[in-house]
Design a protein around this ligand. Structure first.
Ligand SMILES: *Cc1c(COP(=O)(O)O)cnc(C)c1O
Length: 489
């Protein structure tokens, strides 16, 4: 990053008369005269005037002002900001895919339908489910779709009084939000001090007004919930369904399957677990899987395999009668689906089964290396992520926010902070399976350095970041009074 460009917008680099382009001569002839005069500009637009090298440098420098997983370690908990192989980007960008139109006749897009179908089948195998739709655009959208399937199921049985969804207090914020958008009432169930769900409290909440219980496993503090089979039995005994938030499925890949644990409906974030870069708002994909018996409620369109012919299977696009209908424009974010399929096929069974052990090893390595300096409220073997409750020594007044900001000066993105809400100073770290031991050691060294500095020079830590292009943005002003134009309009 070239400091000369910090904080500049392209207008700041403008000089009258400079040009970075050459356009062909106006060859409209008297075509211009035919445009009604009240539609013609009277003044030239206020565009920046700049030479091409300055423009190229400006935008390239601007692109490195932002932190990305391609520029550094990004241990954002509950987000799986992992490095994704560039091969998958290349495969999904092939012109053969790019040129397709969703409304082309099925017989002309058999390869694309095959890819959709093959990914659905692979996800069924991975999740232990009966069928998958790939149509939802994100995790939250998948949750909404899954809850709509659950509603459709209860309604199909004439069971209209199920209006509640039970969600643990550690759940990702999208869980209660999706339940509310689906028109259901959210009831929270507490976690025990060890971070797992309070099974007895849950038992007390179950009755015939409950439509579903939503759970994440490993849960949002990275702990494996080992009482799921017992919970599934309780939930099913009261007539409700058990929903699995599989946004971060990497710790379980090929090792345990939500379907085998007793979950009825689940979603997966392809943009966390299956090789689509994420952050910055998209694009994503949140496929939803259901156990056998619930397939008919999935959204349409769906891709169905037609009987095997002499030249292999063929595929068609179908809209089953009981389907809850459209939840997205067509068959989802197809390029994200292609990346996921390419990822699964290139890693293969053995490669996929390494993701969980490596993610788990990396998280526990970082946790154990730093626990003497940071407070570890849940002292157990974690899966892919874990939570510190701020610095162990709180006497200096250095908070989780300060630690997170100081990490930026060390060239690391901050972990997730102040989430989950179970602890005051949550610092949630997810290293992911793709990081090398050298990267983890550098991160551990930076965290140690910050803890030492908090004791010796707390003011420096409290004023961080000192080295970044933008230091402390005013989040509130940015939301309430956004400046979206260079000029005062
Ligand atoms: C990220 C995440 C979600 C939401 O996914 P989006 O694609 O951001 O909507 C839901 N649950 C968990 C556990 C997550 O980590």
């Amino acid at each position: 990053m070239n400091k000369k460009y910090y904080g500049k917008v392209v207008y700041d680099l403008s000089h009258p008369g400079r040009r970075g382009y050459s356009l062909p001569q106006n060859n409209l002839g008297d075509g211009l005269a035919q445009i009604p005069s009240d539609l013609l500009r009277t003044e030239a637009p206020r565009l920046p005037e700049i030479d091409e090298p300055s423009l190229v440098r400006h935008y390239n420098n601007l692109s490195t002002n932002n932190f990305g997983v391609d520029t550094g370690f990004y241990p954002l908990g509950s987000c799986t900001m992992k490095y994704n192989p560039k091969l998958n980007e290349e495969l999904c960008s092939l012109p053969q895919w790019q040129g397709l139109h969703p409304l082309q006749p099925a017989e002309t897009v058999q390869g694309a339908l095959h890819a959709y179908h093959a990914l659905g089948k692979a996800l069924c195998e991975i999740g232990g489910m009966g069928a998958f739709t790939l149509n939802p655009y994100a995790g939250a959208h998948g949750e909404l779709t899954g809850l709509m399937v659950i509603r459709a199921y209860h309604e199909s049985r004439g069971d209209g009084k199920r209006t509640k969804v039970i969600v643990p207090d550690s759940a990702h914020g999208t869980n209660p939000a999706s339940a509310a958008v689906a028109g259901l009432k959210v009831v929270e169930v507490k976690s025990l001090p060890d971070g797992t769900i309070d099974t007895e409290a849950l038992r007390g909440l179950l009755d015939d007004s409950v439509a579903a219980v939503m759970m994440t496993n490993p849960n949002t503090v990275g702990i494996f919930e080992s009482s799921i089979p017992e919970i599934a039995e309780m939930v099913h005994a009261c007539g409700a369904l058990l929903y699995y938030d599989g946004a971060n499925l990497n710790p379980l890949l090929g090792i345990a399957r939500p379907g085998d644990m007793g979950f009825d409906v689940m979603h997966i974030n392809l943009h966390k677990t299956f090789s689509t870069p994420h952050g910055g708002g998209g694009p994503g994909s949140g496929p939803v899987g259901v156990r056998k018996g619930l397939e008919e409620f999935l959204p349409s369109p769906m891709v169905a395999e037609v009987e095997e012919g002499p030249f292999g299977a063929t595929y068609k696009v179908v809209r089953p009668e009981k389907s809850l209908g459209r939840i997205s424009a067509w068959l989802g974010n197809f390029a994200v689906e292609l990346r996921a399929l390419a990822y699964i096929l290139s890693l293969g069974r053995d490669g996929l089964m390494l993701a969980g052990p490596l993610a788990t090893l990396n998280a526990n390595y970082v946790k154990e290396s730093l626990r003497h300096l940071y407070k570890l409220p849940i002292d157990r073997v974690c899966k892919h992520e874990f939570v510190f409750d701020g610095l162990a020594d709180k006497s200096t007044g250095v908070t989780t926010l300060h630690v997170a900001k100081r990490l930026l000066d060390h060239g690391f993105h901050a972990p997730t902070i102040y989430f989950p809400l179970l602890f005051h100073e949550s610092l949630m770290i997810e290293p992911t399976e793709t990081e090398s031991i050298e990267t983890l050691d550098d991160f551990i060294a930076a965290m140690e350095e910050i803890a030492r500095e908090a004791a010796s020079d707390p003011e420096t830590v409290k004023n961080a970041p000192l080295e970044t292009p933008v230091r402390r943005p005013d989040d509130t002003a940015a939301a309430l009074e956004p400046k979206v134009s260079y000029f005062d309009l």
